[in-house]
Write a protein that binds this ligand. Structure first.
Ligand SMILES: [Zn+2]
Ligand SMILES: [Zn+2]
Length: 222
């Protein structure tokens, strides 16, 4: 739900790492700051996944400021439902890819010197993926990105932490519920059942743990 804050509330915290001030319009004329709760949750999820600072270049924009910066007339920034972000030390393409993998539906990838190197993350539910200021539609970001292979730990029952949380968000996003506590970051029996169901549906060995093969399949990079 979109919340309306006053500019005077800029110090107010919205999640572990985000506060009202970061979403405020960059103009000096408007007095309100609109921020969707879902957007904050999504940004926090990105922050937790990469474990590094997420800077918001542009959050809420009033109509006048949106026009000034050349935003589209229907820009979700004006509704408090979008933020343009840079994740410190992470390529924008990697951010877009992760965002897609956890089910974020509005993603704009801007990469290269002329585009500015940031990712637009929106909380809207109508799918739209695009690239650059030209707004070229993109079907997926998953197969357009070359990744450096990093050996990640095998996730299995009994493990806890952000990697498990990200896995649960992914499973839920793909339609495999992980029990009543959802993305609690704790790999219990319900998460194991979700992994097995995913593996069964995708012709993988049903061992209930997430290693390289299951992970690659889930990220669409197999
Ligand atoms: Zn403004
Ligand atoms: Zn944007």
């Amino acid at each position: 739900m979109v919340q309306v804050y006053g500019r005077g509330e800029s110090a107010k915290k919205l999640s572990t790492n985000f506060g009202v001030g970061e979403f405020a319009c960059k103009c000096n004329c408007c007095s309100q700051v609109l921020v969707d709760d879902v957007l904050v949750e999504r940004l926090q999820q990105i922050r937790d996944h990469f474990g590094t600072a997420v800077n918001i270049n542009s959050g809420y924009r009033c109509e006048a400021h949106n026009a000034k910066v050349g935003g589209s007339k229907t820009s979700h920034h004006m509704k408090g439902m979008a933020a343009d972000i840079r994740v410190v030390g992470v390529k924008p393409a990697e951010v877009a890819k992760y965002a897609e993998s956890v089910g974020i539906r509005r993603i704009g990838l801007y990469e290269g010197n002329t585009e500015g190197n940031f990712v637009h993350i929106g909380s809207g539910t109508t799918k739209r993926f695009w690239k650059g200021h030209a707004g070229t539609n993109v079907e997926t970001f998953l197969d357009t990105v070359r990744t450096i292979t990093v050996e990640l730990p095998v996730l299995k029952r009994g493990m806890k932490g952000n990697a498990v949380k990200a896995l649960q968000a992914q499973l839920i996003g793909y339609g495999y519920p992980c029990g009543s506590s959802g993305t609690d970051g704790s790999f219990g029996s319900a998460t194991e059942a979700a992994v097995k169901a995913y593996q069964k549906d995708h012709g993988l060995e049903e061992d209930g743990s997430v290693g390289r093969i299951t992970r690659s399949t889930m990220l669409g990079i197999a």
